[in-house]
Design a protein around this ligand. Structure first.
Ligand code: FAD
Ligand code: NAD
Length: 478
């Protein structure tokens, strides 16, 4: 390769992990010196932002917000003293609004790349050897980049369901479910994890008859506290979503007009067939490393396809690091972002840090579900003595004025040290409120620290303070 193709850092993948690493590298001075551009980010999609911005977090939150508004206007205005006239869905416009948000944000990253002198290379990257990545450029031709450091940030893809051929129109992953052209009459969702429940909410609010089939006896996917999951299921059922728990899909077929899926009790036994216009496969995601040429450099992947790394994100080739969905840890955008910053700090300064014990999770249904730290079952299993403080939103004044009183805050603390071990919230604004809990855990706060911190009145966050109070004393308002 010529000298102009030589970089301090070459990043493969322009998703949250990759683009944040690129910007951080630029800021850290791993950037243009004389004519030498020293940070390059390779992305094959034709747009930056990866799954999250293009077909994940952002479009799903746009649809969740606007379908909630639509649903609320249809069903939740009268008691508030608002009489509305004819309410009509304009799905095409709703999809345009979604695209406007996506486009604005992806273009914003292109601007940040320019601002931080990051070389944006559009194409598919694959390893030639440990220091060289060949890029098949999107507009034809190829080029080889040589990196002193290389970061793999190639993300993940939906796990397919054997026997159901994804066409993204009738048998869809989340990608197709974010762009349906009409509201399906009947929708079957395979998998009651976060994707399943967020997408079930979107289409159910718009009028689809939605059934979620979940293998386990609990919805919400890994991590969600059982008590919270139970409450979430109750609320979502009340909203019209049907659930088949402890049930697995065995196979399916597409007649051209109807997609049928056969299900049976997870433990064996009762079988039934569910017919639908649209079937969403949401049984998890798996690391994406296809076409990356890993075989050319012999990097190790584990049984779940995750690239194997050490604590500093290094593969066995120590100048090649891996961050985000294609390696260990929760598949979350903010986790990818933290790792991106830490990986660049390791390269530049030799040290970095991510606290994996303080990564929040949010499910953006209505109401939202959010948690950070360990759930009760995990704490019980660890053998630590603990106390639980519960505070219902029905006793919170702001929730009362908003006429949104479903849900509660559950705070679990160490019975001996009072340190907060986990916070689990189901209720209005849970996704914002969890930031305070995350900060508390990050700083090693005790529940008394939180309970003795003055919270503004009337706010939903007072429910968090009172749940903390309830662990070692009594909540005032409940
Ligand atoms: P990705 O975002 O997948 O980015 C990887 C990029 O690498 C892709 O753009 C891909 O095209 C590119 N690439 C791959 N191989 C190559 C190659 N060889 N050469 C060049 N480019 C390559 N997380 C949250 O925290 N909050 C949410 O609300 C949320 N909502 C979600 C909703 C949905 C429907 C989905 C599917 C996911 C959601 N997630 C959410 C998860 C989040 O999207 C991921 O955790 C995040 O995108 C991971 O970032 P990443 O950079 O590791 O991978
Ligand atoms: P998930 O792992 O959260 O849930 C998948 C669910 O499918 C599990 O509950 C599992 O028991 C079930 N399942 C698996 N096989 C099944 C089968 N054959 N029949 C019935 N049920 C089956 O995965 P997901 O919901 O697909 O999400 C993928 C990733 O994307 C997750 O890591 C998630 O954190 C991330 N994500 C995050 C957000 C968010 O943060 N708001 C939103 C969407 C996606």
């Amino acid at each position: 390769a010529s000298s102009s193709d030589e970089h301090d850092v070459v990043i493969i993948g322009g998703g949250v992990a990759g683009y944040v690493a690129a910007i951080k590298a630029g800021q850290e001075g791993l950037k243009a010196r004389l004519s030498l551009t020293t940070t390059a980010c390779i992305e094959k999609r034709g747009a930056l932002g990866g799954t999250c911005l293009n077909v994940g977090c952002i479009p799903s939150k746009s649809l969740l917000n606007n379908t909630h508004l639509y649903h609320q206007i249809l069903h939740d205005t009268k008691k508030r003293g608002i009489d509305v006239g004819i309410v009509k869905l304009n799905l095409e416009q709703m999809m345009k609004a979604k695209q406007t948000s996506v486009d604005g944000l992806t273009k914003g990253i292109e601007f940040l790349f320019k601002k931080n002198s990051v070389d944006y290379v559009k194409g598919m990257g694959s390893f030639v050897n440990e220091h060289e990545v060949k890029v098949d450029l999107l507009d034809g031709g190829e080029k080889t980049l040589r990196g002193k450091n290389i970061i793999i940030a190639t993300g993940s893809e939906a796990t397919p369901f054997l026997g159901l051929n994804i066409d993204e129109e009738r048998i869809v992953t989340s990608t197709g479910a974010l762009s349906l052209k009409e509201v399906p009459k009947k929708m079957v969702v395979i998998g009651g994890g976060i994707i399943g429940l967020e997408m079930a909410s979107v289409w159910s609010r718009l009028g689809a008859d939605v059934t979620v089939v979940e293998f386990l006896n609990q919805i919400g996917g890994p991590g969600m506290d059982a008590e919270v999951a139970k409450q979430a299921q109750k609320i979502l059922q009340k909203q019209g979503i049907q659930f088949l728990l402890g049930t697995k899909v065995t196979n399916g077929s597409d007649s051209g007009s109807t997609v049928s899926v056969n299900v049976e009790a997870a433990k064996g036994g009762k079988e039934q067939t569910l017919d639908a216009d649209v079937v969403l496969v949401a049984i998890g995601r798996r690391p994406y490393t296809a076409g990356l040429g890993l075989e050319n450099i012999g990097l190790e992947i584990d049984e779940r396809g995750r690239l194997v790394i050490d604590q500093e994100y290094r593969t066995k080739a120590s100048h090649i690091r891996v961050i985000g969905d294609c390696t260990f840890g929760p598949m979350l955008a903010h986790k990818a972002e933290e790792e991106a910053v830490a990986a660049i700090e390791y390269i530049k300064k030799g040290f970095g840090h991510v606290n994996y014990g303080a990564i929040p999770s949010v499910m953006y249904t209505h109401p939202e579900v959010a948690w950070v730290g360990q759930n009760e079952a995990e704490i019980k299993a660890s053998g630590v003595k603990y106390r639980v403080g519960n505070f219902p939103f029905s006793a919170n004044s702001r929730a009362k004025t908003n006429l949104e009183t479903e849900g509660f805050v559950k705070l679990i603390s160490d019975a001996e040290t009072d340190r907060i071990l986990g916070v689990h919230i189901i209720g209005p604004g849970a996704g914002e409120m969890i930031a305070e809990a995350t900060l508390a855990i990050e700083y090693g706060a005790s529940s008394e620290d939180v309970a003795r911190t003055c919270h503004a009145h009337p706010t939903l966050a007072e429910a968090f303070k009172e749940a903390a109070m309830a662990t070692y004393s009594k909540a005032i308002h409940f």
